[in-house]
Each structure stands twice: as structure tokens, then as C-alpha cells.
Design a protein around this ligand. Structure first.
Ligand SMILES: [Zn+2]
Length: 304
């Protein structure tokens, strides 16, 4: 049964990022068995906590304590200033009590650092394909990981996955995974049917011309904090957009064969669609020395 009230609320509420909006709509459509979403509350949407919980009256859920979050408020010379913008509450929704029980087990195993067991439970709970869960677990082994992929291949595969399967939330075992393709299709159609406006907006290409500031490179580290790829054939950099998009300075992941110093400023065009951004960097404009983030609170997110 489609929970249309919840779906409509998820579609229009101010406090959700798009990927959480998507999860809630799919949950409300009855195709996703469990979902986590963070509701951000600031001065613009003080009533949304109450309204969201009204829609959850007949749903099994747990809500976290409210935690603060920061957003980039200004960028000046080498300093990225973050400021307190509001609070967020994490909601875990389940289609039955058994889901909540599984979730508690999952959290228990994460706390015990038994990640293999935790991931198998999470896979069942969230409806991820078994082949992808088993592959994900195999890739916990860093020796296996570095044998399987070069640095560029590792990130390329993640970038390719979100482009090929923009409606799923797990890491597919390969780009040819038929179970993932099936799930992606199921989610796409459910979204199109129950939330057509959001579907249109989510799939629409949005472009932004901006300078991007290269931040510290993404990497995979071993226990001793050494990279598992000492010689790199490519790089993934988080980049910070100098020009805001819809009022926010977004961070975009940039995958490239070129090597850039932290603080390099690239004149770029960013094409956003679904949950990813394609970046065309056309010119190196500047080099910022000693780039630093000025922030007080933890980033939005949690360990499990
Ligand atoms: Zn798979």
C-alpha cells in the first residue's frame, strides 16, 4: 500500500536532501523495506518535525536526538568558514517490527566492530542484493581491494555505479549486476508513479559555472594510516564550489587522471543530475596556499 501522505510530505519538505527524499518516497511506496533519513531543521521549517511525525503515526520508527549541523557560510582567501545552521534528527523507518529488531542487531554488531555480520544484516534489512553485499564484505580486505583495483579503477567504478544506477543506495558488485539493474528499475518506476514532480526534478540536468577549490585527496588507508596505493594512476578530490547553487556552497567529487595540489582553483562547469555531478575543468586559475576549514561541529552523518 502506498502511504501517499508520507510520500507527498517527503517530496515537498524543506528539510531533506534529495537522496533521503528518494529513500522516503520509495519506503512510502512499499518497495523499500527500511529507510534512514535525516530531517534538517532551521529557521525556515520549524514545523516540519511535528508534521513529519504525524505522517509516521502508523509506522515503526526510531528517532535520534537532535544534533547540530554546519554549512559553508563564506569563503575568504584560504579560509572556508562553516557556521551553525540548525539541528538534524535521524529517523529510521521500518515496514514491520521485525525490521526494528534486525536494526538493533545491526547496531550491536557495528558497535562490536563485527562488520561482516553487521553488513549481512543490513543487506537483508535494506533489501540490498546478496551478490553486492558479499562483494562489499570481500572488499573490507584491503589486500584484496588493492589487488582488484588500481586507485583510479576503484573510484571510477564508484562514479560509474551512481551514473548507471542512480536510484539504488548500495554499492553494486559490478556494472553488470543484474539484481542491481532490476532494483534500480523497480525504484525508478515506483518514484515516477508516486512522486512524478520529484522524479522530474531529480532527473533534470542542472548546470553551474563556478570555480572549484581542490581539497585533500580521497584515499583508502591501512591500519598504519598509509595509503594502499603508494603510486597512483588517478585521483579523486573533493572540491568546494566558490559559487553557491540554490544558496549552498556544494562539495563535488572530481575524478581525474591529473594530479593537483590542495588549494588549486579550477574554472569549471558542473552538471548535476540525480545524485552526481559531472565536472568539466577547463582552466587552472589560482593556487591557494594553506587552505583551511574553520568549523566547530561534526559533519552531518553517523557511524552506522
Ligand atoms: Zn550484485
Amino acid at each position: 500500500m502506498v502511504q501517499q501522505g508520507l510520500s507527498t510530505f517527503a517530496e515537498i519538505a524543506h528539510g531533506f536532501i534529495d537522496s533521503d527524499r528518494l529513500k522516503l518516497i520509495l519506503f512510502a511506496a512499499g518497495v523499500k523495506p527500511a529507510a534512514f533519513a535525516a530531517l534538517k531543521i532551521d529557521s525556515m521549517n520549524l514545523g516540519e518535525k511535528y508534521r513529519f511525525e504525524q505522517h509516521l503515526k502508523d509506522i515503526v520508527f526510531v528517532a535520534s536526538k537532535a544534533r547540530s549541523f554546519e554549512e559553508i557560510s563564506k569563503i575568504e582567501k584560504n579560509k572556508i568558514y562553516w557556521s551553525f545552521n540548525g539541528v538534524w534528527i535521524g529517523y529510521d523507518l521500518f515496514n514491520c517490527y521485525h525490521g526494528l529488531k534486525q536494526f538493533k542487531e545491526y547496531v550491536k554488531y557495528v558497535t562490536m566492530q563485527n562488520h561482516d555480520k553487521a553488513d549481512r544484516i543490513a543487506g537483508k534489512l535494506y533489501g540490498y542484493p546478496d551478490c553486492c553485499v558479499e562483494n562489499f564484505i570481500k572488499e573490507h580486505d584491503l589486500n584484496y581491494l588493492k589487488e582488484k583495483y588500481t586507485c583510479y579503477e576503484y573510484y571510477k567504478r564508484l562514479h560509474d555505479s551512481v551514473r548507471r544506477f542512480p536510484f539504488v543506495f548500495h554499492t553494486p558488485c559490478s556494472k553488470n549486476c543484474t539484481a542491481t539493474a532490476k532494483l534500480n528499475n523497480l525504484y525508478k518506476h515506483a518514484l515516477k508513479k508516486t512522486a512524478p514532480k520529484f522524479y522530474k526534478e531529480f532527473s533534470r540536468k542542472k548546470s553551474l559555472k563556478t570555480d572549484l577549490i581542490i581539497d585533500a585527496e580521497s584515499d583508502v588507508f591501512d591500519k598504519n594510516r598509509n595509503t594502499i596505493w603508494p603510486s597512483k594512476d588517478g585521483h579523486e578530490y573533493p572540491t568546494i564550489a566558490r559559487t553557491p547553487f540554490q544558496g549552498h556552497h556544494y562539495l563535488y567529487a572530481y575524478l581525474t587522471k591529473k594530479c593537483y595540489e590542495r588549494g588549486t582553483v579550477l574554472g569549471s562547469k558542473v552538471d548535476m543530475r540525480y545524485n552526481y555531478a559531472d565536472i568539466k575543468a577547463y582552466k587552472t586559475k589560482d593556487a591557494i596556499k594553506n587552505l583551511m576549514h574553520i568549523r566547530k561541529f561534526q559533519a552531518l552523518g553517523r557511524k552506522f
